[in-house]
Design a protein around this ligand. Structure first.
Ligand code: DC
Length: 224
């Protein structure tokens, strides 16, 4: 029997990726964190395409997109993102990448470039993709669609603790500001904005634990 395709979209720090990872493991599915792909392109742009003012030169990035090889490899049960053979899983979580990623994610050229990577993994079924436009644009025919949200204060707390555990120096103020700015850019951009698909199930997990969110979602996935 063909395994399902599951799309999980929503706001930053609603736990999309860590929740998707656990559900994938429980149900024997492959998980792709599509935000990591946008972060990988952003990291490449910071390394290779900065102008003298320290801003990303978008034209230079577009003309070098085919030099970017992003791959997920399984290391100790975790999918780790590699850019041209180098593990960049920690680098893509840093403040510099977080500060620039929404600008990169607005670009049609970048979104088109990453579309194939995302669709090809879903072709045979048995996958969970999490992101912002999975249910609306990348996989509009997904078997299950979820849209996660939570209050800004709860999301700030979660992201701050996540960054702290990665040893990344920051303040709650800075994290909150970054989340608000990204929510705005992601929701208001012209290409594939962050939006709940009409047929997605909305879950506000402000007062749910990660486990409660996962159990609820699994209870709605019936054909596994
Ligand atoms: O989920 P995240 O915070 O790692 O995502 C990083 C950025 O990438 C976020 O600002 C929105 C963007 N993104 C997107 O535009 N489309 C996706 N499918 C996934 C992420």
């Amino acid at each position: 029997m063909r395994k399902p395709v599951i799309a999980i979209d929503g706001y930053s720090s609603t736990g999309k990726s860590s929740i998707s990872k656990v559900i994938a493991k429980k149900l024997g599915l492959i998980h792709m964190d599509t935000g990591a792909l946008y972060r990988g392109v952003t990291y490449f742009a910071i390394l290779k395409c900065l102008n003298e003012n320290g801003e990303i030169n978008l034209q230079q990035l577009f003309s070098t997109l085919d030099e970017i090889k992003l791959e997920f490899k399984e290391v100790d049960d975790e999918l780790i993102l590699f850019l041209n053979g180098n593990d960049i899983s920690k680098e893509i979580r840093g403040n510099q990448v977080s500060a620039h990623v929404s600008l990169i994610a607005c670009q049609k050229e970048v979104r088109d470039y990453l579309m194939e990577t995302q669709r090809s993994i879903a072709e045979k079924g048995g996958v969970i993709l999490d992101g912002r436009d999975i249910g609306t644009v990348v996989l509009p025919n997904a078997d299950y669609k979820f849209f996660l949200t939570a209050s800004i204060d709860e999301r700030t707390k979660r992201r701050f603790l996540e960054l702290k555990s990665l040893g990344i120096e920051t303040t709650e103020e800075e994290v909150k500001h970054n989340l608000i700015t990204r929510d705005k850019i992601d929701s208001e951009r012209e290409v594939a904005p962050l939006k709940k698909a009409d047929d997605a199930i909305l879950i506000d997990n402000s007062s749910l634990t990660k486990k409660e969110t996962i159990d609820y979602m699994i209870s709605l996935i019936s054909d596994i």
